[in-house]
Write a protein that binds this ligand. Structure first.
Ligand code: COA
Length: 337
């Protein structure tokens, strides 16, 4: 084995993350990771390739309640893992965002393995059975070995520079008086998510906010809400929103536009409605000066997992969701003899 290869993981010690000591080294690791990721996907841009920007992200994460640990080797931080606790619609959980975890290439991704092992026992003891991680594509194998399956795909597409300048027949901006015609379509995304094989937990509040949420988007001057008219009403919609500066992140480059929502009525699926709407929505975004579009979808959704890659979206990160066996919290579980 060459002397430059990864050194034994046993040489690591795990310490609680202390902002005064660890924000600087963690920001260095994150910036280096972003440079590696951006070499594979240049569209993610250079803003987070510098430690100063990453430090600001991590300071905000700490302020927002993200806590965790660092792995130290030979006195230097070789990796860190943070997570934010939460509950509600997502279950009682710990959530690691994309910027909440990074490691030095010399130590290797197994550092995250050690950090997760060190933190997750406390998460379980706190009744947090749901563990979410948003991981860059390169870290996927590590998280899969830790029992995390895909839940959501985060992707980016180039907005075509040479695009049509007029909307195709039937495609137009929505107006609030379209709400009644749109009503049968508003729940289609929830339906696709609640149905097999996605089986996403969908509670009543998620249905209750549909009408007001769509109306709010339609009335937002920054949002482009496109509909496609068919013979008997509205056949589909696509909603685009410029990513606000304060929401720009390591996965959403500043200046990009986000494809927020899309659905086609079941009777019109497979007839090109979604393609026409998406192509036009991207063309319109190009005219507004956007060069990149981000979106995300449920990995198990049989519609979107086929449709978005065919529209040019390249996966850059995955939200992974591990749910621990609830029996681990009960008296019948024997942790050791
Ligand atoms: C995803 C969705 C919007 C696609 O809309 P659509 O109007 O049916 O799509 P189109 O008819 O324009 O199909 C466009 C292309 O995708 C292909 N396609 C669409 N659905 C497909 C499927 N389920 N399997 C394989 N190919 C599919 C079409 O064959 C066509 O191929 P092309 O790229 O060679 O042109 C639609 O299936 C839908 O509303 N799904 C339920 C709601 C949902 O999941 N929304 C997405 C949330 S992220």
């Amino acid at each position: 084995m060459p002397s430059s290869s990864v050194r034994p993981i046993a040489a690591l010690t795990i310490e609680l993350f202390r902002p005064a000591d660890h924000l600087g080294p963690a920001a260095e690791l994150l910036a280096a990771r972003h440079r590696r990721v951006a070499r594979l996907e240049p569209a993610l841009g250079g803003r987070f390739a510098v430690p100063e920007e990453c430090r600001a992200l991590l300071e905000q994460a700490w302020e927002d309640g993200a806590r965790g640990a660092v792995a130290v080797r030979d006195g230097a931080v070789a990796g860190y893992l943070l997570a934010r606790s939460g509950e509600g619609q997502r279950g009682r959980h710990c959530w690691t965002q994309s910027h909440h975890a990074a490691y030095s290439p010399a130590a290797g991704p197994a550092v995250l393995h050690r950090l997760y092992a060190a933190l997750s026992a406390d998460w379980l003891a706190d009744g947090r059975l749901h563990h979410y991680v948003v991981a860059p594509s390169a870290d996927l194998p590590l998280w899969l070995t830790l029992g995390f399956p895909h839940e959501q795909v985060h992707a980016i597409a180039d907005v075509p520079a040479t695009a049509p300048t007029a909307a195709p027949d039937g495609v137009r901006k929505a107006v609030p008086t379209d709400m009644d015609a749109l009503e049968p379509l508003l729940g289609l995304i929830n339906e696709a998510h609640a149905a097999p094989p996605v089986f996403a937990f969908t509670d009543q509040p998620m249905w209750d906010v549909l009408r007001s949420g769509h109306l709010e988007l339609m009335n937002d001057p920054a949002v482009a809400y496109w509909v496609c008219e068919g013979q008997d009403g509205i056949d589909g919609f696509v909603v685009m929103r410029p990513v606000p500066r304060e929401e720009a992140s390591i996965l959403k480059p500043e200046g990009s536009v986000e494809l927020l929502l899309a659905a086609t009525a079941p009777h019109a699926r497979g007839t090109g409605v979604g393609r026409r709407l998406t192509e036009w929505a991207l063309a319109d975004a190009a005219q507004r000066g956007h060069t990149l579009c981000v979106t995300d979808w449920r990995a198990a959704n049989p519609f979107s997992s086929v449709f978005w890659p065919r529209r040019g979206f390249r996966p850059v990160a995955y939200r992974l969701h591990r749910m621990l066996d609830p029996r681990l919290m009960g008296p019948e579980h024997v942790a050791g003899v």
